[in-house]
Design a protein around this ligand. Sequence first.
Ligand code: SIN
Length: 293
Amino acid sequence: MTRRANEQSADLAALDIRPHARGFGAAVLGVDLSRPLNERQIVGIRQAWLTHQVIYFPDQPMSHPQLDTFTRSFGDWGNDPYVAPIAGHEHILEIRREPHEKVSPFGGAWHSDWSFQPCPPSATILHAKEVPPVGGETWYADGYAAYEALPGSEQHRLEALTVIHSARRPYSHEGYQAGRGPERSMRILPSDKAYETQLHPLIRTHPETGRKALWVNAVYAIGIVDLPEEEARQLLKRLCDYATESQFIYRHRWSENMLTMWDNRSVQHCARGGYNGHRRIMHRTTVAGDPPR
Ligand code: SIN
């Protein structure tokens, strides 16, 4: 074996990847994310992320610059609107909920991050800074499995449909995240831009794995092209309910300093509550994506 091949297998072997039984989700051990990753580690992590869709690295204390460096190992920055970033770190959002807050958790309904954008982020990275002793899980739903479990005739029918996405429900001036300043410790930035719409296929083919996913979510999907409003509403509701049935879900439990990275092109997620009276703080970055096809 050449020295290069030796190094390569040593680095890949050093990543200890522990997939869940169904393959959706995996823990990744054997790497220190506070240090810049080498090319082979990046390839190994990327491969694990593409294969398992949600990967998590327990016990990884990281500073803001280290989180920035880790994120940029996987591509350009995503574009994160509607939430004020951490001062001095324009690409890190702080997802914070204080013990006294009564509003629902940020990201508390099923969604795929920023699916209303022309190129929604490929990855979201979430780093746990403070974790409540109960609740505060993040749940993930597998869009590949949801697509693959549909009968062939329904797959075929849905493949012809195009969904209208918009940020208006949460982030317009009338949106459910807007106007709750004093009740919420996060600073939400509602805007008229939230009324813009974007068309994306209902069945998305992943640009790297080639697999098809049912790609719809209840927060940002507001209609279906060429379907009457009520018919579209009913179909979206049925599909969103189906895509988040328990058979497709992984319930992720956090521990302090755990970093999780998921693939928005095949996964939707939702932040769970159940921790009133406790603080929860997460730091979030995104990696730029591609136009859904
Ligand atoms: C989000 O939707 O990005 C937040 C997820 C979480 O806080 O668990």
